[in-house]
Design a protein around this ligand. Structure first.
Ligand SMILES: Nc1ncnc2c1ncn2[C@@H]1O[C@H](COP(=O)(O)OP(=O)(O)OP(=O)(O)O)[C@@H](O)[C@H]1O
Ligand SMILES: [Mg+2]
Length: 253
């Protein structure tokens, strides 16, 4: 099988504190993964390693068969689409939607000089996929949260990446917009050259049918790992999130 992510024995400290401890994670083409865990358990840290923003002190990382240290970050960022609140916050409010989307070409944040026809067509095609053509020409700061997310998703897809990483993408969305996004993600997965999708989420309902596997992190260590049906259960959730059996039944079922 074709490996997409390969993380071996990765450990990381931040500010002098250990955040990730001996993480192993391998994903294969055809799978889509969710990543869950308590606040501060190290999910975003793990994602930042995958997109090359952070270097692990120990262990090795390969993406799409390319080992970190042997691939340029520029090349890596062109192959991996990344959506996070951090990226959204870094977009200047006066930047035009088309510049935000095109800036995904080189992984910059909202500035792209080249306005050649093929690039404009690519931007329009990606906005159109997320039913957002009408946003072309608008300033990013004038968009609603849902519209900003679609714009950032179009940016993440601009190079037709093989891997799309979404760090809590749905947290600001109302229930209708959230379901609308589930539809887009499902459609994306049905495309011929669909990327593998990794989603970080705090909500079980975000684990829509396209997700096949999951990894749960607790205190920087892997607490559960594998096929969705094997890990989405009360025992594991209670352990990872510290939920009593009584409260699990009261609020989760
Ligand atoms: N730049 C940094 N410097 C020092 N410590 C950091 C830094 N970034 C994150 N941390 C710490 O690393 C730990 C893990 O943070 P991380 O953002 O990876 O958690 P998370 O699982 O994504 O949490 P959340 O669910 O709240 O997004 C936390 O204790 C956090 O305070
Ligand atoms: Mg996080």
């Amino acid at each position: 099988m074709h490996e997409i992510i390969s993380i071996k024995n990765v450990s990381v400290s931040r500010g002098g504190n250990p955040v990730l401890k001996n993480i192993n994670w391998t994903t294969y083409a055809g799978e889509n993964w969710f990543l869950m865990g308590q606040n501060g358990s190290g999910k975003t840290t793990l994602i930042e390693i995958l997109v090359g923003y952070l270097w692990p002190q120990e262990g090795s990382v390969s993406i799409l068969g390319e080992e970190f240290g042997h691939i340029s970050l520029r090349e890596l960022r062109a192959k991996v689409g990344y959506v996070s609140s951090w990226i959204m916050k870094r977009m200047q409010p006066y930047v035009l939607v088309e510049d935000v989307v095109a800036s995904g070409i080189d992984g910059s944040v909202g500035f792209f000089e080249d306005k050649s026809g093929s690039i404009v067509n690519n931007v329009k095609e990606k906005l159109d996929f997320f039913k957002s053509s009408e946003l072309f020409g608008r300033k990013f700061g004038t968009l609603s949260s849902g519209q900003q997310l679609k714009c950032i998703l179009a940016r993440a897809m601009i190079n037709n990446p093989k891997l799309l990483i979404l760090d809590e993408p749905f947290s600001l969305l109302d229930v209708g917009t959230r379901i609308d996004m589930y539809e887009h993600i499902t459609e994306l997965c049905a495309e011929n050259q669909a990327p593998q999708i990794i989603v970080v989420t705090h909500h079980k309902e975000d684990i829509i049918p396209v997700f096949t596997h999951g990894i749960l992190i607790k205190d920087g260590q892997t607490a559960a790992y594998g096929k969705k049906e094997d890990i989405l259960n009360q025992d594991i959730f209670s352990k990872v999130f510290g939920i009593s059996g009584q409260n699990y039944k009261k609020y989760f079922l």
